[in-house]
Design a protein around this ligand. Structure first.
Ligand code: ATP
Length: 890
């Protein structure tokens, strides 16, 4: 018998599972051993060996290897072995860097992998979808991606979009009845749900019948495109720049070699020196170091609770000029508590906090007995019945499972004595039309113990008022007249202006056995009452909004809540300036895209909006040239999240659809985390600028010292192995450490970066050339001074030049930490940098003073007195310009 033909009993029997208990963890483990993990097998990954060899495939490195081998054959064993050793060590370092970057990006993918809700040992828990096994009972709701192939057990208005599988983009309605047909196509299997498809409406549960490659998706997995490596805009720019730099470095190297030969240098020596120079000066590793810096930054961001899904977002974050943020849960705590209930002209207050169902009701400051207030009871009861959340108690703590708005209603009802037992014993839910942010309401069809049916609807009060034709007076229905509507409206405004989130409840009696459609159910209602609930702002958000403002970033609140509630909270958070405008969904509908674009700069709050409006809002800001970050959590938010420059989804409340559309996930749903991510994004970009500046200036210095020496008919100031050493030890380690530098104090007081900004923008090009030039000149000066003192001792002069070059770079690295001046920063702040610099100095001293290494590096011990010259010369390039800048500032 096929899965779709089975009834529930057979299904549970064959899969050896239970609807109330699910599988046990032990059984799940056993089945995982048997069926494997629930993953589609991926294509081949690059093996470690291939990655290692790829470090040596660079053309100039190959030329150097060949040249070295030749020199080896010619008897220069020591040189040859030393050079090969250096190339090898360089390769190993490159290998580990790339591996680390790759690993951390992979770990990232795991972090943002979808989770599923599964019943194990009688409890609903969340696990990664790869842990599912056949027989697991899972449940899902609108916005979820189905984690395995399922035979459905139960459905509530369930619709699933299966285009990934069938190509059909319209969602299919699903049910859980057996289908008796031999030949059915995938698209007709309405009682099954398949891996990778999307729940667009309703909710349901099912039993896993296939996992991993043994699913409908697994059968076509070969056809799935594998996502390639993402390259960020900066990486692309650097790759292009790299090509120009290679040509420039090669040209200069040829110039050095040509001049050298012309000045009478030995061709063979010049060739080896030239190739070494080319290897050292060509920044072929730059894109790789950028990847490492990005991945390190991304790891720091994880610690600060944001997960980057798309690497380019790290760069875009630094350009963000507008953050459009949801209010509920992102700016506020999403811990709702009902504080006010209004019905039939009377208002009650409710005491108690959080999900603890203890509290009392008061009226005009005096405690009351709920049983004496029928209309209060009715509002509370309806709020609890039209509700899909539940409260459980674990180790004394009350836990909410479901939507906090509904949780608050449930707790308010419990405070009035409506226990779960009472509700379950007296009412049966026949049908549920779940809440969505576009309709702004939820309804259930309920049957009481006498078989009487009625609809209960709860939702945004203004929406429900429009759908109500009656209201209650002393328990009797009467027309919802203009006066009554006005009265209700003014109570609503009073509640909303106190920053309370408002919900209305309404009902409609049905005929026996009647089961209306959603449209019918939610019309001609009888308005019953209002509830007001507090949702306090998150304490850190006000400060975060202020910091964003200082950073040139405007925060805009987007909410489904009432205009007055939104305004009150926006004022609380100092988000809404005096001249700031508040616009609601209705006005948004009436404005054309162009009109909105014209006024949007003055708008700070969008209230009573539907998710569909978000796209219009993003477009408006983008048309004005802004780089927009936009948050969202639901299915309907996905288009706007995708359209935004930085789409942000919620880690806790976000649906899979929203997460997949986003480039950043907030683990804690917190607005303040967006600010931290932007700060980190800016810092990562600045750090990349820092090491680009350091590496390129160093390379310019290395080339120029050789070029000038050749032009002045001097001997080689550095021998090949010394050049390679500088490239490996002095350039590599400090550059990596700059990638981990702390942000400058004013990163969040600068304007957002222009997205089209080039690599050399903001004076970076000038800094590279001027510092590089001075490093070259200072090194050459030290060399010439010593060489002219004693032309016999060339190796000594070369050792001095080597030490000057190394030190000049190691001093310059501290200058690179600041956009303004070396004096603006505490040099002891970055311990990685200190470590890199100290170990580079130590290694240089070892190479100079440790006798066994001297013949290899062609070094001679330097006299103490000459260190004064070396230190003086190497400090000049950095401090000369830093000093001149300082005087200019004054
Ligand atoms: P945001 O996160 O954008 O601030 P929000 O939570 O304010 O969103 P929605 O969730 O769309 O916005 O809610 C809009 C309105 O719908 C609320 O003000 C409330 O009146 C009503 N509402 C919210 N949740 C429910 C629910 N579960 N059932 C019925 N009505 C609800």
């Amino acid at each position: 018998m096929k899965w779709h033909e089975m009834g529930q009993g057979e299904l549970l029997k064959i899969t050896k599972t239970s609807m109330n208990e699910g599988l046990t963890e032990k059984e799940a483990e056993k089945r995982r051993g048997k069926y494997g993990v629930n993953e589609l097998s991926e294509g081949e990954r690059t093996s470690a060996l291939a990655l290692f060899f790829s470090q040596f495939k660079d053309f100039m490195v190959l030329v150097l290897l060949a040249a070295t081998l030749i020199s080896g054959f010619l008897g220069e064993y020591i040189d040859a072995i030393a050079i090969i050793a250096i190339i090898f060590v360089n390769g190993i370092l490159g290998f580990f860097q790339e591996r680390r970057a790759e690993r951390s990006l992979e770990a990232l993918k795991e972090l943002s992998a979808p989770q599923v809700t599964v019943l194990r040992d009688g409890r609903w828990i969340k696990v990664a979808s790869k842990e599912l096994v056949p027989g697991d009972v899972v449940r899902f709701m609108s916005g979820d991606r189905i984690g395995a192939d399922l035979r459905l057990l139960d459905t509530k208005s369930l619709e699933i979009e299966e285009s990934a599988l069938t190509g059909e983009s319209l969602p299919v309605s699903k049910h859980s009845e057996a289908i008796q047909a031999d030949e059915v196509s995938l698209g007709d299997l309405e009682n099954m749900a398949f891996t990778g498809t999307l729940v667009t409406r309703g909710s349901g549960s099912g039993v896993v019948i296939g996992t991993g490659m043994n699913t409908a998706m697994g059968k076509i997995a070969d056809m799935l495109e594998s996502a390639g490596k993402t390259v960020t805009p900066l990486q692309r720019k650097l790759e292009e720049l790299g090509k120009i730099l290679i040509v420039a470095a090669l040209f200069l190297t040829i110039l050095v070699v040509g001049t050298g030969v012309f000045q009478g240098h030995d061709l063979y020596n010049m060739f080896l020196a030239g190739v070494s120079l080319a290897v050292a000066a060509i920044p072929e590793g730059l894109p790789a170091i950028v990847t490492v810096a990005l991945s390190l930054g991304v790891q720091r961001m994880i610690k600060q609770k944001s997960i980057v899904r798309k690497l380019p977002a790290v760069e875009t974050l630094g350009c963000a000029s507008i953050i459009c943020s949801d209010k509920t849960g992102t700016m506020t705590q999403n811990k709702m508590t009902v504080t006010h209930v209004w019905s039939e002209g009377e208002i009650w207050n409710v005491t108690g906090v959080g999900y603890n169902p203890e509290g009392s009701f008061t009226m005009n400051g005096r405690d009351i007995q709920v049983k004496n207030h029928k209309s209060l009871q009715q509002v509370l009861l309806f709020g609890a019945l039209c509700n899909s959340s539940s409260i459980t108690q674990e180790a004394g703590e009350f836990r909410l499972d479901g939507d906090p708005t509904e949780g608050a209603l449930l707790i308010a009802a419990k405070k009035a004595g409506f226990t779960d037992r009472y509700l379950d014993g007296h009412f049966k839910i026949i049908e549920e039309f779940s809440f969505d942010s576009s309709r702004k309401m939820m309804s259930v069809i309920v049957e009481d113990t006498n078989g009487k049916r009625f609809v209960i609807t709860k939702g945004a009060p203004d929406v429900l008022m429009k759908r109500s034709v009656h209201t209650l007076k002393q328990g009797k229905r009467e027309p919802f007249t203009k006066d009554r509507i006005k009265e209700t409206g003014s109570v609503l405004e009073k509640l909303a202006s106190q920053a309370l989130r408002t919900i209305a409840v309404a009902f409609k009696p049905l005929k026996n056995g009647e089961n209306p459609t959603i449209e019918k159910a939610e019309s001609n209602l009888t308005f019953v009452g209002l509830l007001g609930m507090i949702d306090p702002p998150r304490p850190e958000v006000k400060q975060a909004i202020k910091e964003c403002r200082e950073a040139g970033i405007k925060t805009v609140m987007i909410t489904g809540d009432h205009v007055m509630t939104a305004t009150a909270i926006a004022k609380d958070l100092s988000l809404l300036p005096r001249h700031g405008k508040v616009i609601d969904g209705q006005q948004l509908n009436e404005l054309s895209q162009e009109e909105l674009t014209n006024i949007v700069e003055d708008v700070y709050v969008f209230a009573r909006v539907s998710p569909e409006h978000k796209l219009k809002i993003v477009n408006a800001y983008q048309e004005n040239g802004h780089i927009v970050a936009m948050t969202g959590d639901g299915v309907n938010d996905a288009p706007a999240i995708k359209q935004a420059d930085i789409g942000i989804s919620m880690g806790i409340t976000g649906t899979d659809v929203a997460k997949e559309a986003s480039s950043l996930i907030l683990v804690d749903d917190n607005f303040a985390t967006i600010k931290s991510a932007i700060k980190e994004g800016r810092n990562i970009y600045e750090n990349i600028r820092k090491f680009i500046r350091y590496l390129l200036a160093s390379n310019v210095g290395e080339i120029l010292v050789m070029l000038f020496a050749m032009l002045l008919a001097l001997p080689l100031p550095l021998v090949p192995i010394q050049i390679l050493w500088v490239n490996l030890v002095t350039d590599g380690l400090p550059a990596m450490a700059l990638g981990m530098d702390q942000p400058e104090g004013d990163v969040m007081r600068r304007k957002p970066r222009h997205p089209q900004e080039g690599v050399f923008a903001r004076g970076l090009g000038w800094k590279v050339v001027s510092r590089g030039f001075l490093i070259g000149i200072a090194t050459l000066a030290a060399f010439m001074f010593i060489y002219h003192r004693n032309p016999e001792a060339l190796a000594y002069a070369q050792t001095v030049a080597f030490a000057t070059l190394v030190l000049a770079q190691l001093i310059h690295v501290f200058d690179c930490r600041s956009e303004r001046s070396i004096f603006d920063r505490n040099p002891f702040e970055n311990i990685y940098l200190l470590g890199a610099v100290l170990s580079s100095i130590l290694l240089m001293l070892v190479v100079i003073y440790y006798p066994p290494l001297q013949p290899i590096f062609h070094t001679v011990p330097i006299l103490m007195t000459d260190w004064l010259l070396i230190i003086g010369m190497s400090a000049i390039p950095t401090f000369l310009l830093a000093g001149s800048l300082l005087t200019r500032k004054k």
